[in-house]
Design a binder for this molecule. Structure first.
Ligand code: HPA
Ligand code: ZN
Length: 324
């Protein structure tokens, strides 16, 4: 096997850095920081990764991230992700982080930024992989909390390229965050939003028409609405699709029915990403391999998905052009 999926230079656009926390590092950081975890071993941690929906995963994800306390922890975490990504052929990563998962535990915005930017700078020097940071608001919290988080990010505008919206989707439509997204846009941030993972097509419409996003994260349920599919295709709106995540969170019942091919056939700018690689069973090349195994993803389809990752990236046109 040629393993085209790992060899082709690619961009990864949907990766939550806290979701790259491997069980071994979770135990090591818990020990280093004197934090009591309810898990005693790697096997116990992995046994907790049985999810039937997004909220099952989020409960474990927020527990896991409780071991992250110091800038060194965030640096170790991001460095490990970037090394895995580089081994998978990723040359550019746009990395989500969840400051509201850390602030209530007494971890400052500056601590998070120091750690993440130390790792991204080192990865650029030593691994030749560039990266951007995208700060996500937790949508189960209210807009005022997101507004305070945006205020904290303003002094870091040069190191945070965009804002996004993640966490529990159902009951928390994009329009709940219309004011904070408008202010983020005015401050020069790019805008992305998780929509249509569990939420209905209406949430994707809102992300487009109320928030004015530059990309949709997931977007699977957009396929239920033919006029929405036509709109996404006409706009060249990218979807950052996460196949292993979709399988593990039961967004799809079987990888054999994953809609990635339908998305490409509908003219959508679909991309393949890992979401939370530690929790969902693999990094970006594993996601391509899973599609190859289940639906016989062809070389031309792999190449189209990889080209889309650069089309959709927040990179200068000249840099994108080198990869298209
Ligand atoms: N969906 C919503 N929120 C998240 C996810 C996801 O896949 N991963 C981390 N936070
Ligand atoms: Zn996600």
């Amino acid at each position: 096997m040629t393993d085209l999926a790992a060899r082709l230079p690619k961009a990864e656009l949907h990766i939550h850095i806290e979701g790259s926390l491997e069980p071994e590092m979770m135990l090591r950081l818990a020990q280093r920081n004197g934090i009591a975890l309810k898990f005693a071993s790697v096997d116990e941690i992995r046994a907790a990764y049985a999810f039937t929906k997004l909220d099952d995963f989020l409960a474990v994800y927020y527990q896991g991230m409780s071991v992250l306390r110091t800038a060194e922890d965030f640096e170790d975490l991001a460095w490990a992700y970037l090394a895995s990504a580089a081994a998978d052929g990723v040359v550019h990563a746009e990395i989500f982080f969840d400051p509201q998962g850390h602030l209530p535990r007494g971890v400052s915005f500056d601590t998070v930024m120091q750690g993440l930017t130390a790792a991204t700078a080192r990865a650029e020097r030593e691994l030749g992989i560039t990266s951007h940071l995208i700060m996500c608001f937790l949508r189960h919290l209210d807009e005022a909390d997101a507004e305070r988080t945006l205020d904290l990010a303003l002094p870091y505008r040069d190191r945070v390229i965009g804002v996004g919206l993640d966490s529990s989707e159902l009951g928390h439509p994009p329009a709940k965050f219309r004011n904070v997204f408008r202010r983020a846009r005015d401050a020069g941030f790019r805008l992305v939003c998780h929509a249509g993972e569990e939420g209905p097509p209406d949430y994707v419409w809102e992300a487009l028409d109320v928030l004015g996003v530059d990309r949709i994260d997931h977007g699977n349920r957009a396929l239920e609405d033919a006029s929405l599919v036509r709109r996404l295709a006409a706009d060249g709106m990218a979807l950052t699709v996460c196949p292993l995540s979709n399988l593990r969170l039961c967004v799809v019942d079987d990888m054999k029915v994953h809609p990635i091919r339908r998305m490409l056939e509908a003219g959508l700018v679909a991309t393949v990403n890992s979401d939370d690689p530690s929790y969902f069973g693999g990094y970006v090349a594993d996601n391509f391999r899973a599609l190859e195994a289940a639906i016989g993803l062809a070389e031309g389809e792999t190449r189209a998905l990889v080209r889309n990752s650069f089309r959709a990236a927040f990179l200068p046109a000249e840099t994108k052009a080198r990869h298209l």
